[in-house]
Design a protein around this ligand. Structure first.
Ligand SMILES: [Zn+2]
Length: 96
């Protein structure tokens, strides 16, 4: 026997929470985590619609506080990437 449709609010224990859905929508979660939630949502209607809503909400209306936090997170990330890139360059560029 199979139920035709799960209730809209049937969120499972492994479902991404609001914050995590926004993290996926904003692209600020670690790739591994975002991938996990994307796959979870793809397989489950309740989460795919929630995630879709989060993406829409995010695009439509970013609260100022959130956008500030996001830009801070992004700048931290790009700082890290720059340092990492510099370090990689140092390690492959051998002095003559
Ligand atoms: Zn779920």
């Amino acid at each position: 026997m199979e139920l035709k449709a799960a209730p809209a609010a049937a969120i499972g224990p492994d479902s991404p929470r609001t914050q995590e859905r926004f993290g996926v929508a904003a692209g600020i979660l670690p790739a591994e985590q975002a991938e996990k939630y994307a796959q979870h949502a793809a397989a489950r209607d309740h989460c795919s619609s929630l995630l879709g809503t989060a993406v829409e909400d995010f695009a439509d209306d970013i609260i100022e506080e959130e956008s500030e936090l996001l830009s801070r997170l992004k700048s931290v990330e790009s700082d890290w990437q720059l340092r990492m890139a510099a370090r990689l360059r140092e390690s492959v560029t051998k002095p003559r």
